[in-house]
Design a protein around this ligand. Structure first.
Ligand SMILES: Nc1ncnc2c1ncn2[C@@H]1O[C@H](COP(=O)(O)OP(=O)(O)OP(=O)(O)O)[C@@H](O)[C@H]1O
Ligand SMILES: [Mg+2]
Length: 412
């Protein structure tokens, strides 16, 4: 039976599709009751290129999650990624119209609308509009201006846009697998919801989601997103490098990476060895873990350096006092934290979704973070109590509403 108190996050990734079922208990607490994953074959760098194959992975992942939770899924909140995603900062200004110049919800809605009035190419649409700060007359840094008195209301916002066709293809897969898409959320925003603390967002942090096909980054400054970017490199490139350098099939390279891989020399003792299985009558070979590390480390360092260059170019490098947080499957590589600390010159940690109850063992993994985040994202807007601290994202005028609006315009 589909139940009202169930929220489902569906992360359609390049290497795996992951469905996570969250349920509110009688006390209104959210717990994860189902996690299902299935290998994904129909995507390239985060974007659907084969509908049939993707819908099969979606069905399999949801089915597995349904089995675990005993719930039937009818609708999902889907994540979106890909190089087509772009983030820009914008600003809107309106006059406060209400009685006594008291700022109302309608003023806040209007100022967001004004900030949205930027020229966006025909093939792209707005995915999220997230308020960063409000300015009432000349007083800046206001998170929630409701009921304040002023003449002029300004909003600074981060606008995330995406390709209409990429989103439509994603929705088509999910619909054809038999599920309604409740909303589309940028994966990195979802991951941030699951793994970043309020302090990290306030102090300034860099979230890096090391996926299979893409590396997604999201910079928070003073509590709000300021920079979004997608780098078309990920764990698949690391596996590809290993496969080429060691002349082994991709499957073997993937296994070697997961079982013996490392991306920081300091963590591997000189004598440590692993085995490359024999192929076609060839005998198995011993491989020094340091040699494997010598293949992996440069690629991850390259990805981190690209991220660092982009952050520096945008002027955010010196503003990351909350440090770097790594999620996605790639964050599980031993040494990822050490390497990030070196490249970014700041504290780093692996981000696991830890704030919910339920099937802790199943979901406290960095590659499940986005899917858990999608559930948390949905919950924040479904349950008024869970909205605490959400004022900055503006539950009424903010992300979800605009997302729904966008969604209505294009898919219904
Ligand atoms: N234990 C591990 N050690 C090293 N790498 C790992 C480990 N587990 C998973 N990975 C790598 O993480 C990548 C998959 O991560 P994730 O599941 O976050 O990607 P995805 O969401 O499917 O892809 P994308 O976000 O790019 O669409 C793969 O390249 C995989 O090899
Ligand atoms: Mg992913």
């Amino acid at each position: 039976m589909p139940a009202d108190n169930v929220i489902v996050g569906l992360d359609v990734g390049t290497t795996k599709v992951c469905a996570v079922i969250g349920e509110f208990d009688n006390d209104g607490k959210l717990a994860i009751t189902g996690v299902g994953t299935s290998p994904s074959f129909g995507l390239r760098r985060g974007v659907v290129i084969n509908i049939e194959s993707t819908l099969k992975s979606v069905s399999a992942a949801v089915e597995a999650a349904e089995l675990m939770s005993g719930r039937e899924v009818s609708s999902v909140i889907t994540g979106i990624v890909g190089s087509h995603i772009e983030g820009i900062n914008s600003r809107g200004v309106v006059a406060v119209t209400g009685k006594g110049r008291e700022i109302t919800q309608s003023d806040m809605d209007r100022v967001i609308e004004a900030a949205k009035a930027v020229v966006i190419p025909m093939d792209r649409e707005i995915l999220h509009v997230i308020p960063q700060e409000y300015i009432v007359d000349d007083q800046g840094g206001i998170r929630n201006p409701l009921d304040m008195i002023g003449v002029r209301l300004e909003a600074e916002v981060h606008i995330i846009t995406g390709s209409v066709t990429s989103a439509q293809n994603l929705v088509k897969c999910v619909n054809r697998a038999g599920f309604k898409v409740e909303a589309i959320v940028l994966e990195s925003l979802a991951a941030a919801e699951a793994v970043l603390s309020r302090e990290e967002k306030d102090l300034g942090s860099l979230l890096i989601d090391l996926g299979g096909g893409t590396t997604d980054i999201l910079v928070h400054i003073e509590g709000a997103p300021y920079y979004t970017n997608v780098i078309p490199l990920g764990g698949a490139q690391v596996t590809g490098d290993i496969s080429i350098m060691l002349k082994t099939p991709v499957e073997t390279a993937e296994r070697l990476k997961r079982e013996s891989g490392c991306c920081h020399f300091s963590l591997v003792e000189p004598g440590e060895e692993t085995i490359i299985p024999g192929l076609g009558g060839r005998p198995p070979l011993a491989l020094a873990r340091r040699d494997l590390c010598a293949i992996i480390q440069p690629r991850i360092a390259e990805i981190f350096s690209i991220v660092r260059d982009r952050i520096e170019k945008k002027g955010f490098a010196g503003r990351l006092n909350g440090g770097v947080v790594l999620t996605g499957g790639g964050a599980q590589l031993p040494g990822s934290v050490e390497l990030a600390q070196e490249v970014f010159g700041t504290a780093a940690r692996v981000g696991l979704p830890t704030r919910l109850g339920g099937l802790v063992e199943e979901y406290r993994r960095p590659e499940i973070a986005s899917a858990v985040g999608l559930v948390m994202y949905g919950a924040r807007f479904a349950d008024p109590q869970a909205r605490e601290g959400a004022a900055k994202d503006g539950p009424r005028s903010g992300i979800f509403t605009s997302m729904r609006q966008w969604f209505r315009n294009f898919f219904e």
